[in-house]
Design a protein around this ligand. Structure first.
Ligand SMILES: NC(=O)c1ccc[n+]([C@@H]2O[C@H](COP(=O)([O-])OP(=O)(O)OC[C@H]3O[C@@H](n4cnc5c(N)ncnc54)[C@H](OP(=O)(O)O)[C@@H]3O)[C@@H](O)[C@H]2O)c1
Length: 268
């Protein structure tokens, strides 16, 4: 039986076993997807010599950079120096970051008109998820503007991916020209305050998306939908990023269907 899984610390909360279990059933694949807790002090040794019985793994916090140092990185993984998906290619272990791929696939599925927008994509936040989203949007040919509570982090991410950083104090002007607004902060998540943005300047054709997926409809998405914007929730990104590993390990690009969405949404 093929064995894959997710490596992190802590990692018990991961929804990946449900996602992969759904696809194993749907496509008749005999495999197991394990939760693999690896403490930080053991991470270098783990990734330097990935256990032979693993066909591949997903990698989550706090090991994405450590793993990248031990594998042959490709695509966004090479550009950003972080990986969340590892697979074997003969004797070589390769890795990439699928968060940006998942983000774009989710937008394409939920609001394909985002690609017709001519104004910049405005990303709020500058953490680990923001850099993957910004890199994917730049790679897709979009002008990207970043705003973050800590301006220095926005400037750092912008310099890394080829985007522009603006102070939060100037966000109204950035909103006025944006064709896509993305929340990549943890604000709006269950237990966190909402992202308090006045959306009045945002053009009505702009698409609004949140990568926070618990709750599915964040306060930001609720306000945007009430104002008539097309909105895309964060669950699609989580589901679509997992398709990259599945395809590498089992040779088949799995579908993100309504049944999978419903199954994972029910766990939120
Ligand atoms: N849908 C998906 O597949 C997916 C994938 C990855 C992450 N996520 C979600 O995305 C969110 C961010 O994840 P991450 O890994 O990027 O986290 P992170 O690296 O810790 O970054 C957190 C970001 O949120 C900002 N922030 C936090 N508290 C704030 C506050 N009170 N006021 C203003 N800004 C605040 C931080 O600003 P400062 O720089 O000023 O601290 C930073 O920009 C999480 O909710 C995570 O669950 C979703």
């Amino acid at each position: 039986m093929r064995r894959v899984g997710v490596v992190g610390h802590p990692v018990a909360h991961s929804r990946s076993p449900q996602i992969f279990g759904h696809w194993f059933d749907r496509y008749g694949i005999v495999a197991r997807y394990d939760i693999i807790p690896v403490p930080p002090e053991e991470a270098d040794a783990f990734f330097a010599d990935l256990p032979a019985d693993l066909a591949g793994v997903n990698v989550t916090v706090p090991h994405k950079e450590t793993a990248a140092r031990h594998v042959a990185t490709e695509g966004a993984g090479a550009r950003l120096g972080v990986v969340n998906t590892l697979w074997r290619d003969g004797a070589i272990v390769r890795g990439t970051s699928s968060d940006g791929t998942g983000f774009l696939a989710s937008l394409d599925a939920g609001a394909p008109q985002w690609r017709d927008g001519t104004g910049p994509a405005l990303i709020v936040g500058a953490g680990g998820a923001a850099i993957a989203v910004a890199d994917a949007l730049v790679a897709a040919g979009r002008e990207v503007v970043l705003a973050n509570r800590t301006f220095a982090r926005a400037a750092e991410v912008a310099a890394k991916v080829g985007a522009r950083a603006v102070p939060m104090a100037d966000i109204a002007a950035a909103l006025a020209e944006a064709s896509l607004l993305v929340n990549t902060t943890s604000l709006g998540m269950v237990g966190s305050p909402p992202l308090a943005l006045d959306l009045a300047p945002l053009p009505s054709a702009a698409v609004v998306t949140d990568i926070v997926y618990n709750p599915l409809q964040t306060p930001l998405l609720a306000v945007a939908a009430a104002k008539g914007h097309a909105t895309v929730d964060g669950l699609g990104m989580l589901l679509h990023q997992a398709t990259v590993g599945f395809e590498k390990w089992f040779g088949l690009l799995p579908e993100v269907d309504a049944a999978l969405r419903a199954k994972v949404a029910a766990t939120l």
